[in-house]
Ligand binder design. Sequence first.
Ligand SMILES: *[C@@H]1O[C@H](CO)[C@@H](O)[C@H](O)[C@H]1NC(C)=O
Ligand SMILES: *[C@@H]1O[C@H](CO)[C@@H](O)[C@H](O)[C@H]1NC(C)=O
Ligand SMILES: *[C@@H]1O[C@H](CO)[C@@H](O)[C@H](O)[C@H]1NC(C)=O
Ligand SMILES: *[C@@H]1O[C@H](CO)[C@@H](O)[C@H](O)[C@H]1NC(C)=O
Length: 147
Amino acid sequence: MAVTLPLLVLFVLFSNANAACNKSFTLSSDTFATENFPNRNFTGYCHYQIKLPFRRAIDLQWLAFDVGSPKVNSKCPDNYVTVSDGAFPQIQHTYTFCGKQPQNITSKTNILSIILYVNSNCSHQGFRVKYTSRIELSTFTPNVKVA
Ligand SMILES: *[C@@H]1O[C@H](CO)[C@@H](O)[C@H](O)[C@H]1NC(C)=O
Ligand SMILES: *[C@@H]1O[C@H](CO)[C@@H](O)[C@H](O)[C@H]1NC(C)=O
Ligand SMILES: *[C@@H]1O[C@H](CO)[C@@H](O)[C@H](O)[C@H]1NC(C)=O
Ligand SMILES: *[C@@H]1O[C@H](CO)[C@@H](O)[C@H](O)[C@H]1NC(C)=O
């Protein structure tokens, strides 16, 4: 899979993440929001990871989303959010969202990493997101071991 560059970028983001908004979620369902939601006021990135046991598929639903300007020629001009399905080195897909219209996601693995990347001094709301999960017995490849 030709995903080396995004992985490298993710690695760099993780290693520089703002510890104050570096959060991990392990309950089978939960709801969370960006820091200070709905009032944003910082520059940098935040990393939110949902890590569930083996064979749990995650249904991610955005309850609110306002992150910078919308895509122009399919690129986000300033702030954006990436959602990676799976964990290194088994990332299945990485979605990139900005503006106000993200897509709800059903994962193919038991791990979703959401990274908010803020390039400008952001006056947008950020996001609030909810997830639920269910045991997926058949079409679930590969399973990612949670360390
Ligand atoms: C983020 O949190 C995880 C789990 O607590 C920790 O292992 C990691 O070092 C943290 N990363 C940063 C950049 O704070
Ligand atoms: C943003 O943060 C700065 C520094 O903490 C603070 O002075 C300012 O009042 C905040 N602005 C808003 C709109 O919350
Ligand atoms: C963001 O903008 C606010 C209001 O203009 C300012 O008070 C704050 O210091 C800025 N924060 C950063 C991190 O630049
Ligand atoms: C995502 O899920 C939320 C909560 O169920 C729903 O309100 C919203 O319409 C969904 N968005 C899309 C694009 O389907």
